[in-house]
Design a protein around this ligand. Structure first.
Ligand SMILES: [Zn+2]
Length: 375
């Protein structure tokens, strides 16, 4: 006979073994269920290249236009809708960017740490359509008896270093003003002394293509000397096709080209805008606003292929002009070559730029401080 103690020990051991077996079978029975769950759960696929995928807000416009007082259209409607959503705009959503929209935009910009210039560009849109956009909060000073959502007094925009508007296209340090896709000229820029080209320019020197064309007097005088020198050397038949353009005129030109691409080439709106940007400056980014740029043409001819174009490119710098957009500098200027577009900068600058083969962007980087800040 075994000891009863040993028997009890064996019994306990047996019970333990049975328990373990039952447990193992239970787990085994769960296995197919687990497999099924694994198959039903989609496993994340690794992303190579871009580690961050940003889902754009569907309400955000697909292209980033520059909208400002005077702009019109669907983009303005979207902008107004969003400003109304956030409480900045209480007026009508009519697709027309007027003073009310501008005031609302300035309020939005100043409450969201943006430059409060009333111009909606990339920086503004990136916050406007994001979750980070702050809704309108009334600037509390004295409680106003009539609560209005849009402040009647628009906050004064931060002082930005703007060029002296009365200095004929030069900034304070005497360097030529840069106007390009990232250096916009303020809407408030005013030329110094415009002259009407039809009445000012002798028809024996140059034909003026349209009526009511204006440009800065100093630049027109220099241009007339240049073209007269051309005539003396056998190069004539000059024509001015474009000179000073206001922002409103730039907008009209831009819209006309976009609509033409949509109508005549069947492009979508965003494709039409991209195509237009290759040849027409976004409103506010055109040198023509300075009154110092001219498009010179020869009636009935493709200017780039004429002997006059060659002569002008070779001699313009001696009269204070530069051929602003060349094929060589396309990457820097951001514009396709325009053999007809000449910008007046004054001989003190044009001579150096010619000698050192610098476009305006390169020249200002080398010799001046670009006083406009990049956005
Ligand atoms: Zn031009």
């Amino acid at each position: 006979m075994r000891e009863p103690k040993t028997m009890a020990g064996i019994l306990v051991l047996l019970v333990l073994i049975v328990c373990c077996l039952v447990y193992v079978f239970k787990i085994a029975a769960l296995y197919p269920k687990v497999q099924e769950e694994i198959h039903m759960t989609p496993s994340p696929t690794p992303v190579y290249g871009n580690t961050m995928i940003v889902t754009p807000d569907p309400a955000a416009p697909t292209t980033v236009p520059i909208l400002k007082n005077g702009s019109k259209g669907i983009n303005v409607t979207q902008l107004q809708t969003r400003l109304a959503e956030l409480g900045y705009l209480t007026g009508q959503i009519d697709g027309v960017f007027g003073n009310g929209t501008e005031a609302a935009l300035i309020a939005f910009q100043s409450q969201n740490g943006l430059t409060a210039d009333g111009i909606a560009g990339e920086a503004t849109f990136s916050i406007l359509y994001s979750d980070a956009a702050k809704a309108y909060t009334e600037v509390t000073q004295a409680p106003s008896p009539v609560p209005t959502l849009v402040p009647t007094q628009t906050p004064t925009p931060e002082p930005t270093p703007t060029p002296d508007v009365r200095t004929r296209g030069y900034v304070v340090d005497g360097m030529p003003i840069l106007v390009n896709k990232s250096h916009l000229l303020p809407d408030t820029y005013e030329p110094y002394e415009l002259v009407e080209l039809n009445s000012y320019c002798p028809a024996s020197v140059v034909k003026i293509k349209y009526t009511d064309m204006w440009a800065e007097k100093e630049a027109v005088d220099a241009l007339l000397s240049l073209l007269e020198a051309g005539i003396a050397q056998g190069e004539g038949n000059w024509q001015i096709s474009a000179a000073y353009r206001t922002v409103a005129q730039q907008q009209t030109l831009f819209d006309r080209q976009v609509n033409s691409y949509i109508k005549n080439n069947g492009l979508s709106r965003s494709k039409a805008i991209s195509a237009t940007r290759k040849t027409v400056a976004d409103p506010g980014t055109s040198e023509h606003h300075l009154g110092l740029a001219f498009d010179i043409t020869i009636p009935g001819k493709t200017f780039g292929s004429t002997s006059q174009a060659k002569w002008l490119a070779e001699n313009c710098w001696d009269y204070g002009f530069i051929l602003r957009y060349t094929e060589e500098k396309q990457q820097i200027t951001g514009f396709l070559a325009e053999p007809w577009h000449f910008r007046y900068v004054g001989t003190e600058h044009s001579r150096i730029m010619h000698e050192e083969n610098l476009c305006l962007e390169e020249y200002l980087e080398a010799y001046g401080n670009i006083t406009f800040e990049d956005e």
